[in-house]
Design a protein around this ligand. Structure first.
Ligand code: GLP
Length: 261
């Protein structure tokens, strides 16, 4: 794992979008793993801007989102399908037929989860998985006690997550209590993972996720097992990390990061 600390949340989002852009330019058929949440909005805004000025071409990309609420139709403004269309897909030239999210309104949810895994496999697996982190330490909706080898399945949401996300619903009680999410094992299969976290409210959970012991109580700790995971944070989210001198030195000195200074 590597940790990169950027001065502001804007700079952190910019770095993530530049890494994504570089990967898409190197492999136009990239299979992207995408995430939702407020943190990602800045990244999608920057990617859309790069597309507008001709720096990026999504025409051959495929994408798989991490999760979707159970019970919400894709047309529901609170669904993650709606979020993705609004934040990214409608602003770039990705073929909507190549954008996958679990269908939270499927009649047979188990079959939907299996189909999702099969589609990821058929497309050759995820090249680059973008991740946020919830205050409960979840990646996707892998709530505490998610098996570290779990695959796409339905997961009941914790009170912390419900509290964190229900603010996005006009009537908080309308927020679904369950979601379909890629499993921790599904995420770990991605060839590269990039986790973005910004703001002081993420400082505690980032310290636990990066420097704490691996535990199914905090699914983000499983990223410590991943071969190529980069955690990008702003100063506020980095505030409780212990090893920041070392992380800063690596970013400033390792050849891989020179072009991103
Ligand atoms: C939701 C998503 C997560 C995301 C989290 C963070 O719970 N399921 O994938 O990481 O939100 O949200 P925010 O960026 O709004 O803090």
């Amino acid at each position: 794992m590597e940790v990169i600390i950027q001065p502001t949340k804007e700079a952190a989002a910019m770095l993530v979008s530049r890494i994504l852009a570089k990967e898409i330019q190197a492999k136009p058929q990239l299979v992207l793993g995408l995430a939702t949440g407020r943190t990602m909005e800045a990244v999608y805004g920057l990617l859309a801007q790069m597309y507008r000025v001709g720096q990026l071409d999504f025409s051959q990309c495929k994408s798989f989102n991490l999760d979707e609420y159970v019970g919400l139709a894709p047309t529901d403004p609170h669904s993650y399908r709606y979020y993705m269309n609004e934040q990214l897909f409608s602003h770039v030239n990705i073929d909507l037929a190549n954008t996958y999210l679990p269908n939270g309104a499927a009649e047979n949810l188990d079959a939907e989860c299996e189909l999702y895994e099969e589609n990821i496999r058929k497309r050759g697996g995820i090249d680059l998985q973008l991740l946020g982190i919830g205050r409960s330490g979840h990646i996707g909706f892998n709530e505490p006690l998610s098996a570290l080898l779990s695959r796409t399945r339905v997961k009941p949401l914790t009170p912390t997550t419900i509290e964190q996300n229900s603010g996005l619903f006009e009537r908080p009680e309308h927020m679904p209590r369950r979601a379909i999410t890629m499993g921790v094992g599904t995420i770990l299969d991605a060839r590269r993972c990039i986790l973005l976290a910004t703001g002081a409210e993420k400082a505690d959970i980032i310290a636990k996720a990066v420097e704490g012991p691996i535990t199914s109580m905090i699914s983000a700790t499983a990223l410590q097992l991943h071969r190529r995971c980069t955690v990008i944070v702003d100063e506020a989210a980095a505030a409780k990390l212990q090893g920041t001198d070392y992380y800063r030195w690596v970013f400033a000195n390792e050849p891989e990061w020179q072009e991103f200074q």
